[in-house]
Design a protein around this ligand. Structure first.
Ligand code: ZN
Length: 264
């Protein structure tokens, strides 16, 4: 009995087990993986650009400053979140994705060298397995982040997406790397992860015609993040991700604010 009381007391006392969660989070390094939203933000060639219009900005007739704006956006542009319902009928829409699926340990897979010489590179199961050989098995609830290196082209739309054209003509000219169907099947069959994200406009490569990777991942209940940035600043393992989409009821996707938390 005495032993049980001491054990309970130890579980509640942080003094002997290092700093508590609050001070750990306050001392941690926080890295923003989110691009700005404005009229130049990358959207799919068939989508309209992000809109941010002034409702009022300036001095009111009562003498105080006031500003307010309104915005309009497609769900799937800029740094954004894909819910399972995006490509899987009956899958969770955003408000149904549990908060426990919106965070997890980061698994950062660097395939930037291969992607630098091949705009159509398809990330393979071997690329995923190479990470595991160095860092161990992908943990349950992980968030896999694929660093293609394309984040550095963000302000150069031609290099980032492969085209400056809008509409179906633009879609036909998209060239950027993505995750192969083979790797997607391997991940969903062998590991239990929360999400997969990358620094290109889509988890399927630019030349995809049938979005098989989206279909495989959403059918398995995964969520996805596209158009991420600052993945180059993350270690291969050890960061923790928090990714919070706008809670649009029935939404298939939304702008996403995503951060990585690193030990100081
Ligand atoms: Zn999307």
């Amino acid at each position: 009995m005495k032993k049980a009381i001491i054990a309970l007391f130890c579980m509640l006392c942080f003094a002997c087990s290092g700093p508590d969660l609050t001070s750990q989070l306050q001392e941690a390094r926080w890295i923003d993986l989110t691009h700005d939203f404005d009229s130049t933000t990358v959207y799919w060639p068939t989508d309209v650009n992000f809109r941010h219009d002034t409702v009022f900005c300036g001095l009111t007739d009562k003498g105080y400053y006031y500003s307010s704006f309104k915005y309009a956006a497609e769900e799937h542009g800029g740094t954004h979140f894909d819910a399972p319902i995006h490509f899987h009928q009956g899958g969770n829409s955003i408000e149904k994705v549990p908060v426990t699926q919106l965070h997890g340990p980061a698994v950062v897979i660097d395939i930037s060298e291969k992607c630098s010489t091949n705009r159509d590179y398809l990330i393979t199961a071997d690329d995923v397995n190479n990470w595991e050989h160095q860092h161990g098995s992908i943990p349950q609830g992980a968030i896999i982040l694929l660093y293609t290196g394309y984040e550095k082209y963000w302000n150069d739309h031609l290099r980032y997406t492969g085209t400056l054209k809008k509409g179906p003509e633009g879609v036909a000219e998209l060239h950027f790397p993505g995750l192969s169907t083979e790797a997607s099947t391997w991940i969903t069959t062998n590991r239990k992860v929360n999400a997969i994200g990358l620094d290109t406009p889509s988890i399927d490569f630019g030349q995809s015609k049938d979005f098989q990777t989206h279909r495989i991942l959403t059918a398995a209940g995964l969520t996805m993040y596209e158009n991420l940035c600052n993945l180059s600043q993350l270690p291969a393992a050890g960061a923790y991700i928090v990714a919070l989409p706008m809670k649009i009821k029935g939404g298939s996707g939304s702008p996403l604010r995503i951060v990585a938390i690193l030990a100081p």
